[in-house]
Design a protein around this ligand. Structure first.
Ligand code: UD1
Ligand code: UDP
Length: 374
């Protein structure tokens, strides 16, 4: 029996690891151990509850206004302790957070194999997103199993010299998670408030956007909302105090926007699926909204998820007030553009990524996922 140690610590990692943990727990071939770092505390715990995950280890590292040293050193030391105790055959990490990097590095130092879920996403710009481009590239150097969500992500890894027999195209596990969250009869008081209006869904949190870029985003959004009384915006705000300070400074008193506490994952997916359009700098929300056919204005300089841009659901609009204002206004006022952006597409997965990954880990035959495959 193979002993798998899952390590994750933030909200998106938990959402995307949940389907794989469930799949591995179901299989007799594995002993499955879960370690959360607690890099996020308030935003992680509701996801664990929603998916019924009870961690075997909780490093509980989060500190208010933590910096990259705080997270990385605490994860490195903590995962070292857990690996010494558990002696896993394989450590599985997800994506590109500091938890991902620290956990993979700890496994590497202990000469334990690393499996990287959501491998191969790249912008080839070390500062955007920061520090995620470094984190995922560094994990890519030491991982044995590389589970690329899309053919493009796999191509990136092969171009970087990864052995073809160590790169697998599986689809993104976020699509597997969405199968468990979206409900036809879902309601929420905020959706009632927005009923009869165009629901605009907003999130923002990236480190490289903190400060001036984030203020630009909020100013642009406010200007457009004030010119379009047929819109109502819901903004579940990130716990980061720097994000909250910028939002308070720029959005206070704007009546058509409701800033609310972070949504649970079930709520969040149901809000997204009912939105008219979304403005975000998030990674995961780009994938989810593409699957829902909800147009996304991506408030970033670059994206590692160009599949959605190619398919038409995503538009990269930069981080300046002018570029965001213009793109947001155009999308509201040009029905043709809206129509073109709002057809659902499936470039990120088919809902069977977890099964494929578990098959590969079991040494079973696997068939690479192709985007046109339903
Ligand atoms: C982290 C990841 C980022 C990911 C994001 C998902 C790194 C470097 N960044 O960014 O890749 O996209 O998570 O949301 O790993 N806080 C709380 N409670 C929480 C969570 C955060 O109070 O539950 C506050 C703390 O003050 C913390 C701050 O938010 O210091 C920032 O959290 P942190 O994990 O350092 O970075 P994120 O911006 O969340
Ligand atoms: N999400 C959530 N509640 C919220 C905002 C986001 O559950 O209030 C979910 C969202 O559906 C997606 C994930 O969190 O699955 C994205 O997380 P985030 O934007 O924080 O991180 P990123 O994907 O950019 O790393």
């Amino acid at each position: 029996m193979k002993k798998l140690l899952f390590v994750f610590g933030t909200r998106p990692e938990a959402i995307k690891m949940a389907p794989l943990i469930a799949e591995c727990k179901r299989r007799e071939a594995f002993e499955t151990v879960v370690c959360v770092t607690g890099q996020h505390r308030q935003m992680l715990d509701p996801v664990l509850e929603a998916f019924g995950i009870v961690p075997d280890h909780d490093l509980n590292i989060m500190k208010d206004r933590q910096d990259l040293f705080d997270i990385t050193t605490a994860v490195l030391e903590g995962v070292r302790r857990v690996c010494s105790l558990e002696k896993p055959d394989l450590v599985l990490v997800h994506g590109d957070t500091s938890t991902t990097f620290g956990a993979a590095l700890a496994a590497f130092y202990m000469q334990i194999l690393v499996g990287h879920v959501e491998a191969g996403l790249r912008t080839y710009d070390m500062e955007n997103p920061y520090p995620e481009e470094f984190n995922r590239s560094a994990v890519g150097m030491i991982s044995t199993y590389n589970f690329a969500p899309t053919p493009l992500a796999a191509e990136n890894l092969l171009r970087e010299g990864k052995r073809p027999d160590r790169v697998f195209v599986t689809g993104n596990t976020v699509v597997d998670a969405m199968a468990r969250t979206v409900k036809k009869d879902y309601t929420h008081p905020e959706l009632e408030w927005a009923k009869g209006s165009k629901l605009i869904f907003i999130t923002a949190h990236r480190r490289e956007n903190l400060g001036e870029p984030m203020r630009h985003m909020f100013r642009a959004i406010r200007r457009v909302l004030e010119e379009h009384p047929d819109c109502r915006a819901v903004y579940p705000i990130h716990m980061n105090p720097e994000v909250r300070e910028a939002a308070a400074a720029e959005l206070e008193g704007c009546e058509s926007i409701h800033i609310i506490e972070p949504l649970g994952v079930v709520d969040c997916h149901n809000f997204e699926s009912r939105a008219y359009l979304c403005l975000t700098d998030s990674g995961g929300i780009q994938e989810e909204c593409s699957a829902f056919g909800v147009p996304v204005l991506v408030m970033r300089r670059v994206t590692e998820r160009p599949e959605g841009i190619e398919a038409g659901t995503l538009k990269l609009v930069g981080v300046s007030e002018d570029s965001i204002y213009t793109a947001f206004k155009e999308l509201l006022e040009d029905p043709m553009e809206y129509k073109e952006m709002s057809s659902a597409c499936n470039p990120y997965g088919d809902g069977h990524a977890a099964e494929r990954i578990a098959d590969i880990l079991e040494g079973k035959e696997y068939k690479a996922w192709k985007p046109d495959q339903r």
